[in-house]
Design a protein around this ligand. Structure first.
Ligand SMILES: Cc1cc2nc3c(=O)[nH]c(=O)nc-3n(C[C@H](O)[C@H](O)[C@H](O)COP(=O)(O)OP(=O)(O)OC[C@H]3O[C@@H](n4cnc5c(N)ncnc54)[C@H](O)[C@@H]3O)c2cc1C
Length: 161
């Protein structure tokens, strides 16, 4: 009976962990389940900007396209973990509860937006995920002014018409 190893987060770190585990002597010891907050499998966030120039995000995907299915890993896309019950050793998502023997948190970070007036406006957007870039692309249609603040942190955009 394999032990249940759950990874929360399918970013660069969560993906690298899965790759390293599968390449290690411990691979057969665990049934690996990965919970991704995003709908895309792990991608190269460092080169995120290239998505603006590409037709798709395929070239940014980390590892082989069939890495997870080939190695028998259950990848739960677009399924953020909502809570962790450490006493009962289980996590909860929108679809149910999943027990674990080992739990790895690889949840990364999020773009903090300072409490500046106007940040709640529709066209004030953050810049961290592929979905963020889709939102920026959509928002930029017909735009004439773009304000950029921070090191790839967030974008503030204003319509002038
Ligand atoms: C535009 C850009 C350029 C960058 N350039 C560089 C660079 O040049 N050099 C450098 O060193 N770093 C760079 N970084 C930072 C680098 O991308 C991060 O340090 C790295 O992605 C961190 O990886 P991570 O897996 O720890 O976290 P993340 O990439 O943040 O991934 C964490 C994942 O966990 C998921 N998650 C969070 N909570 C939950 C939950 N409850 N349930 C399920 N999933 C959850 C998130 O959705 C996310 O997909 C850049 C970042 C950006 C945005």
């Amino acid at each position: 009976m394999k032990k249940q190893l759950l990874v929360i987060g399918n970013g660069m770190v969560g993906h690298h962990f899965a790759e390293q585990l599968m390449a290690s002597d411990s691979a057969d010891e665990f049934q690996l389940q990965v919970f991704a907050g995003e709908k895309h499998p792990a991608y190269d966030r460092v080169h995120l900007s290239e998505y603006f120039e590409a037709e798709s995000a395929a070239h940014l995907q980390l590892g082989d396209a069939d890495f997870y299915s080939r190695d028998g890993i259950n990848l739960h896309l677009n399924q953020p973990v909502l809570s962790i019950d450490r006493a009962a050793r289980k996590v909860t998502t929108a679809t149910g509860e999943f027990g674990y023997d080992k739990l790895v948190l690889a949840t990364g970070s999020y773009p903090f937006v300072p409490p500046i007036p106007g940040r709640e406006q529709d066209h004030c957007l953050v810049y961290r995920t592929l979905d963020d870039l889709d939102a920026i692309r959509e928002s930029a249609k017909g735009a004439t002014v773009v304000l950029w603040w921070g090191e790839g942190c967030w974008v503030l955009r204003r319509r002038t018409h």
